[in-house]
Ligand binder design. Structure first.
Ligand code: GLN
Ligand code: ZN
Length: 758
């Protein structure tokens, strides 16, 4: 009898109720009781959605972030947070976002640093430790949730992050070594386990995703020590790994003294046979057979066939589940009323994924005959997707198959091109420019909303955007920038804007996924071969260029970013999908060039985000992603200048790949971490032009001329001045014109000083 369970359910609610509840609370428009009540309601709803699971998770719900919840559970709160002021909830939000409610009596404190959760687009609050850190159990919130869950009458399974992964995610705020805190940490987990056992808990899911990464012997020993110490007579530990293959950690994962092991049978399907062989016969094996990272329907017949022999071999010892927490997928496909029906039938969100799980369980336990109807329906849609003309276009496939390396190569080397471009563009030393977007004012947003709801005609909408472009161009001319942009007023989002104009993309209404705290993203769904029916940006750019004698830089989103910020197909390798996107962008680039654009920027904001968890797999990813960029960009003539932009500051480990993009100019984020980032140019001789971001657009502060100059002078020490540009560190769409104008004036002022002094 196979058993089903779930590793975690999305927290935000079908209609993003959590987001709106949190924002009301932070604005001071609701009170703690209302927020707590919302939390309870959502949890009850989520448990109801999981009613068919044999074991339902508890502790997966969070008001902001589950890693931050762990820090509070373990009594690990940064010392800058005053523990005597306000409630625990206030303190929690102070760590999460720098303040609790709008007019926090404590004022604001430095918010905890945020970073990506493994290779997902979910961001967690990095736990902080020092040599002085001691942990202490603070279980009230979790225990309350456990009691509520028990009251539903379901079998419940608390979910927590394992001590080793938790410690691994911690950042030392001094020169101490976080691993030295392990013994103290284990002690607190022991106390927690005792408490949970007292509540009558039988199974606890302990997440150790570091087992799918490359870890040193020290951390492997930490895992051994932890689980040998944590054994509890009445509490069964289900050790959960996800997001990838175990590889060299496989035997370790199988032999740790726990009652069960969960493995990602989507990403590590090939490893499962070895796990079955290695796993001691008293242990439960949980297989994550439903993809928790994408939105596609599971091929139930195929999965069932694969599971049957394992089920016969393991019997009661087999559990089945989604591959990871469903946090990374939208809540409920039934909310979607506007998706084309055929495409909708190919999809499965969290609620549907749990239904698939239940069908599989019935198939395993009661025989295939018992799920005949469900299987037939599933097979129908799987086959429709496989054969759909919406998905497969022979012409696109042929173009990708015929791609050659030379299509990614410029006609001449950078140094040759640079000479030609210098003459053609006639730019001063230290040319000034921006990253693309200007403030998205309320007026623009309202116009777009009215246009989408047919309250504004196409002509009126266009007129509104044109007026905005005119304002951007005039403002830039007045400020005295050298390379202008049109301002991206027509774009709601840098992926959605292109996705909406490409064939092969669909958009959901409610397909929200939590990015961090109350922030959600709605990734477009890339379901089919990518085609560009017509130019996507040419009219706007040509219009902007018609208003000025200065060069206007055209603005595109690159193939790798389009890929990494979408839900993408699972029926072909990501590199193929990326190459298709590259071909579409290449056509756009050539159309722009034909229409007179002399400078074209292709943003690759998310290149880094696609890096695999294991370093050993980086070179392959970088190879095909760099190739895709080159295909998209490099068909242009020598005189056309290609820019790219990346918005992060950790470059050191991929700088070689970035140089290989062979963009004429790259603009990067530096202002928040100047010395750290520029350091890379001490050891790596970056060959082309570079614009280190000298204006931190993430902060409302206006940088002074002196600050900008001092950052640029640091750059001058490392990069020849002939190759330096002066620009902000990202797009300005989230800022207000009142801040942008003086900041850009200071930037231009600083550039003028540099031209005189360097
Ligand atoms: N061109 C985009 C903008 O300026 C780039 C955004 C980004 O890097 N995230 O908004
Ligand atoms: Zn950026």
């Amino acid at each position: 009898m196979a058993i089903t369970h779930n590793l975690g359910f999305p927290r935000i609610g079908k209609q993003r109720e959590l987001k709106f509840g949190l924002e009301r609370y932070w604005q001071g428009d609701s009170d703690p009781a209302t927020l707590e009540a919302l939390g309870n309601t959502l949890q009850q709803q989520h448990w109801a959605h999981q009613a068919d699971c044999d074991w339902v998770p508890v502790g997966d719900f969070s008001f902001y972030d589950h890693v931050l919840d762990m820090s509070f559970l373990l009594g690990n709160i940064p010392s800058r947070i005053d523990k005597d002021t306000g409630s625990e909830l206030d303190q929690y939000f102070r760590v999460a976002r720098g303040r609790s409610v709008g007019n926090d009596a404590c004022g604001s404190v430095k918010a905890g640093e945020m970073t990506k959760w493994f290779d997902t687009n979910y961001h967690y609050i990095v736990p902080e430790v020092t040599a002085e850190t001691t942990f202490s159990l603070n279980p009230a919130r979790l225990i309350a949730q456990v009691k509520n869950a028990i009251a539903t009458g379901k079998n419940i399974k608390p979910v927590i992050i394992g001590p080793v992964t938790y410690l691994w995610l911690c950042k030392e705020k001094d020169s101490s070594e976080r691993i030295d805190l392990l013994d103290d940490l284990i002690r607190v987990y022991q106390a927690l386990f005792a408490k949970l056992a007292q509540c009558g808990i039988e199974w606890i899911q302990v997440d150790e995703p570091i087992l799918v990464t490359e870890i040193s012997a020290e951390w492997k020993n930490a895992l051994q020590k932890t689980y040998h110490t944590l054994k509890h007579p009445n509490l069964n530990i289900l050790l959960a790994t996800y997001f990838g293959t175990l590889k060299e950690n496989l035997t370790l994962a199988c032999t740790l003294p726990v009652a069960g092991l969960h493995v990602d049978a989507i990403n590590a399907q090939e490893e499962v046979k070895h796990v079955v062989d290695w796993l001691p016969v008293h242990k439960v094996l949980s297989l994550g057979v439903i993809n928790g990272r994408n939105i596609w329907k599971t091929d139930l017949s195929q999965t069932l066939q694969w599971l049957q022999p394992i089920s016969s071999r393991l019997g009661e010892r087999l559990w089945i589940a989604p591959s990871c927490s469903l946090l990374h997928v939208p809540v409920d496909l039934d909310s979607e009323t506007q998706l084309a029906l055929d495409i909708k039938n190919w999809l499965s969100f969290a609620v549907q994924k749990l239904q698939e799980l239940n069908i599989l369980k019935r198939g395993l336990n009661d025989g295939v005959a018992s799920i005949q109807a469900e299987l037939a329906e599933n097979t129908l849609y799987i086959e429709q997707r496989k054969n759909s003309a919406k998905v497969h276009c022979a012409e696109v496939a042929a173009k990708v198959a015929a791609l050659t390396k030379s299509q990614g190569e410029r006609q001449s080397s950078y140094s040759e091109r640079a000479k030609i471009q210098k003459v053609g563009l006639n730019l001063p030393l230290f040319p000034t420019t921006t990253i693309g977007s200007f403030p998205q004012t309320q007026a623009i947003r309202t116009a777009r909303k009215h246009y989408k709801s047919n309250e504004l005609t196409n002509e009126d909408y266009k007129a509104c955007i044109r007026a905005e472009i005119e304002r951007s161009i005039k403002t830039q001319e007045t400020i005295g920038l050298d390379v202008l942009v049109h301002g991206e007023a027509e774009r709601n989002d840098m992926v959605e804007y292109f996705g909406e104009q490409l064939e092969g993309y669909a958009f959901s209404q409610y397909g929200w996924v939590q990015s961090y705290g109350s922030r959600c993203v709605k990734p477009p769904i890339l379901y089919g071969d990518i085609r560009r029916p017509e130019p996507m940006t040419v009219d706007w750019i040509a219009y902007a260029q018609s208003l000025t004698a200065k060069p206007v830089k055209a603005m595109l989103t690159g193939p790798v970013t389009l890929l990494n910020w979408s839900f993408v197909r699972d029926d072909q390798h990501r590199s193929i999908t990326c190459a298709q996107l590259a071909l579409a962008i290449r056509e756009e680039v050539l159309d722009l060039e034909r229409s007179g654009a002399k400078i074209i920027q292709i943003d690759e904001a998310a290149l880094r985000e696609g890096l695999p968890l294991r370093k050993a797999e980086w070179p392959y990813y970088l190879q095909w992603s760099v190739e895709a960029f080159r295909i998209s960009a490099n068909a242009v003539k020598d005189e056309t200048q290609i820019h790219t932009h990346m918005c992060y500051s950790e470059f050191n480990d991929i700088i070689g790949a970035i140089a290989e993009l062979d963009a004429d100019v790259i603009t990067i984020e530096t202002s928040r971490s100047d010395t750290q980032l520029l350091g890379v140019f001490d050891v790596f001789d970056y060959p082309n032009d570079i614009g280190p971001g000298v204006y931190d657009i993430h902060s409302p502060n206006i940088p002074t001329e002196a600050e900008i100059k001092s950052l640029m002078l640091k750059a001058v020490k490392r990069i020849p001045k002939e190759r330096l540009w002066v620009n902000p560190d990202c797009g300005l769409k989230t800022r207000r014109w009142e801040d942008v104008i003086p900041a850009l004036q200071n930037m231009v002022g600083a550039a003028k000083q540099l031209r005189c002094e360097c």
